[in-house]
Each structure stands twice: as C-alpha cells, then as structure tokens.
Write a protein that binds this ligand. Sequence first.
Ligand code: ADP
Ligand code: 5GP
Length: 198
Amino acid sequence: MAPPRPRPLVFCGPSGSGKSTLVSRMTKEFPDKFGFSVSHTTRSPRLGEINGQHYHFIVKEEMEQAISEDKFIEYAIFSGNIYGTSKAAVQKIIDQGKICILDIDVQGVKKIKGSNLNAWYIFVEPPSLEELEKRLRARNTETEESLLQRLKVAEEEMIYGKTPGNFHIIITNDNLDHAYDKLKAFLVNFVLNDDFSK
Ligand code: ADP
Ligand code: 5GP
C-alpha cells in the first residue's frame, strides 16, 4: 500500500483513558475530515457496541485465517483477545478522502511505526492510575479479571507513552473539555494543516 495522504492519526493509551470519548467528539465536530478505521476483534461486543461500527466482531478461527491471508496491517493480542487493523478498513477511509483514525494498543503502535503509514501519534493518558481504575469500574464493561489485566497493562503502556519521542503529543485526560481543547489545537495546527507535499 502506498503511504496514505493525508497522514493517518493514531490514538493510543491505556484502556479507559478516554480515547473513544475523544475520538467520538472529534469525528462529530469534523465529520468530513476524519474517518474511523474499524478494527477486527475476537472479544465480545459490549452493551451498545455495533458490529461494523465500533469493531468487526469475529471469531478467533476466522481472524487467524484472515491474518494468514495477509489481510491485516497489524494485529496484537490484548487481554487475551486478538485485535487488528485490516488493510481494507484503512483503504475504505482513504477512498473517502478522509484522515484515517486508528485506535490501537502499544504493540500496534510499534508495528505501525515499522510500516509506511507515516502517521501522527497521540497518547491519551489518565490523570492517575487510581482515576483510571475508577473510570473503568464506572464504565462497567469489564469482568474483574479483565479489569485487573487492563490496569496491569496500563502501567507498561504509560512507560512507553511517556518516553520522549514516542508520540507527537501526550494528552492528559483530566477534565474532558480541557483534553479535547488540547486535541483540537493539535488537529488544527498540525494534522489539518499538514503540507501534503512533504
Ligand atoms: P478508552 O476508549 O480509552 O477505553 P473511554 O473513552 O471508553 O476510554 O473512557 C473510559 C470511561 O471514562 C468512559 O466511561 C468515559 O465516559 C469516561 N471518561 C472519559 N473521559 C473522562 C473524563 N475526562 N472525566 C471523567 N470520565 C471520563
Ligand atoms: P477495548 O477492548 O477496550 O476496545 O480495546 C482494548 C485495546 O485494544 C485498546 O488499547 C485499543 O486501543 C486496542 N485496539 C483496538 N483495536 C486495535 C487494533 O486493531 N490493533 C491493535 N493493535 N490494538 C487495538
């Protein structure tokens, strides 16, 4: 695949840090500019999640088959389930002439960095691990086991996310409006103002 123009936008951050909340706000504000790359996952849908919109929900065997057929740009195992970005999902957004948004974990970020996607990288961090736990519990989507796994992974993700040079911007999602303002400033000043000839 040729490097997409304009550059895709990668969101990464611990589960519960607020990526979906921020992405949903920006796609509502800029519906013509950004399109969400719908990943595949073997995890079960949460209440309210729509197949084909939040994820393509797929059984493990089919996912493994599709991976073996080279249909994914990247994939990773997160908390016991496979998640992956298909080439078709990204191509669909490119064909619409929009900036492609990926919401992926740290393993995915490392793989995308090794690809020719030439993306912008945004790390969304919670104000603290205690607050992250509170939000994940309040979201009420995880079993206790899944929640504890996510918190454990979050500590490692924070180390990678905070390492200088790994992301173009780190957004601390304390107050949602402040976090969104910071995101929007980055979008307006850099992502939407990109010189495509570079
Ligand atoms: P992620 O997509 O990173 O897993 P979500 O966007 O689902 O995270 O956010 C996790 C939970 O925290 C959701 O219930 C969301 O409504 C809530 N949330 C997001 N941002 C904030 C914030 N700034 N303050 C309080 N709660 C928040
Ligand atoms: P959740 O189950 O909370 O929706 O997602 C769990 C983690 O998987 C999050 O960190 C999310 O960013 C990541 N994720 C979602 N889709 C993909 C994907 O296609 N590839 C990778 N590597 N991670 C993904």
